[in-house]
Design a protein around this ligand. Structure first.
Ligand code: MG
Length: 352
């Protein structure tokens, strides 16, 4: 092994490079658990004795950005990872690491934002920790937000509907490994908003944009979708965006996934910024979107439920799982087909 290897920004960017680090330097060393959904599943949350459990740290730069801030991001991110397992978030922890000299005014703004987002999602902070490090050790503030949830009251009903169309369906949780050929893929709205909003307020990128972050808790939207039924997999397209999400599903479920470029909702401002910067909207992180794999027979009803929910107005069916090929491919606007490889990492560093 090369002893001079060092951590790179790409190791935290949610793509292939990060997954490799986790597999080689963390998973291979920690003792293997045998919980319902354990660490080796590398799913959005774990499930331990029926309790859904999630931990996430937030290092977004800048701390305040168009459409949100690190506080709203922390609550939403943790709530969303619990919700996409088929869980109902209950309680959160809040650990703050503050830099010496950080304005108390900024801390107040962040905590008020956390309070507002907790009310929106109907969750509570019940435990926490506060630490301070010397000036220069970090950019102002880092937040860790962990959370627990219970099985959604609609999850068993959701699976009853799945089994109506897929008799041999056995999973007890919404998992990345549940996708089968024929399932429809739905996204709850436009992609790329969060990453572009973050970039637009960073120095040195030299572009103005009216794009705002989509950051929001999705538990209520997801609960509504589960009450319709037929969902097999769900995931939030955060770091590495839609491209990373679809590749994770393809790999863990052993299916091909075909999406259509013309059906993937992208705002004009996001498209323009991506073209200017030479980055792919499919690889940019989102913080208020969910992607759902659903049995084909229920796709239209799920789509309707998403569109009725707040933040789901632009939901769209973007493709389906297939056994005709492996990996992820996209039918492009000009009629060709291109492979969507797993991104090396999100093109925008420190977006969450
Ligand atoms: Mg997630």
């Amino acid at each position: 092994m090369d002893r001079s290897e060092r951590i790179l920004m790409a190791h935290g960017a949610g793509g292939y490079i990060m997954h490799k680090l986790i597999k080689e330097h963390i998973l291979s060393i920690l003792p293997r658990d045998s919980f319902e959904v354990g660490l080796h599943a590398l799913d959005d949350s774990a499930v331990v004795n029926g309790v859904i459990f999630k931990s996430d740290s937030y290092t977004v730069k800048p701390l305040f950005f168009p459409g949100g801030d690190i506080g709203r991001l922390a609550v939403s991110g943790t709530v969303n990872d619990i919700s996409v397992m088929g869980g109902e978030p209950i309680a959160l922890s809040l650990a703050l690491i503050l830099e010496e000299g950080f304005p108390i005014d900024d801390l107040d703004r962040i905590i008020h934002s956390i309070a507002d987002t907790c009310r929106e999602a109907d969750v509570y902070v019940v435990t926490g920790d506060t630490k301070v490090v010397e000036k220069g050790s970090l950019d102002g503030c880092i937040v860790n937000c962990s959370g627990i949830g219970r099985r959604s009251r609609y999850l068993d009903y959701n699976f009853d509907i799945v089994r109506r169309f897929r008799r041999d369906f056995k999973a007890r949780w919404i998992l990345d490994s549940n996708v089968k050929p024929g399932d429809k893929i739905i996204v709850s709205g436009t992609i790329g908003d969060h990453g572009v909003a973050i970039l637009s307020c960073r120095e040195g990128y030299g572009f103005e944009s009216s794009v705002r972050s989509d950051v929001r808790p999705l538990n209520k939207m997801i609960e509504k979708a589960l009450s319709v039924g037929g969902i097999v997999a769900m995931k939030d397209p955060t770091r590495g965006g839609l491209a990373n999400l679809l590749n994770e599903w393809s790999e863990k479920s052993g299916v091909g996934i075909l999406v259509r470029e013309e059906d993937i909702p992208v705002r004009d401002g996001v498209r323009a910024a991506c073209e200017m910067l030479g980055i792919d909207p499919l690889e940019i992180g989102n913080e208020g979107k969910v992607v759902i794999a659903v049995v084909a027979e229920m796709a239209e009803e799920i789509l309707e439920a998403l569109r009725e929910a707040e933040g789901g107005e632009d939901a769209a069916i973007i493709g389906e799982a297939t056994d005709e090929f492996e990996g992820v491919a996209m039918e492009t606007l000009i009629g060709g087909r291109r492979i969507i490889p797993p991104p090396l990492g999100d093109p925008v560093p420190r977006i969450c």
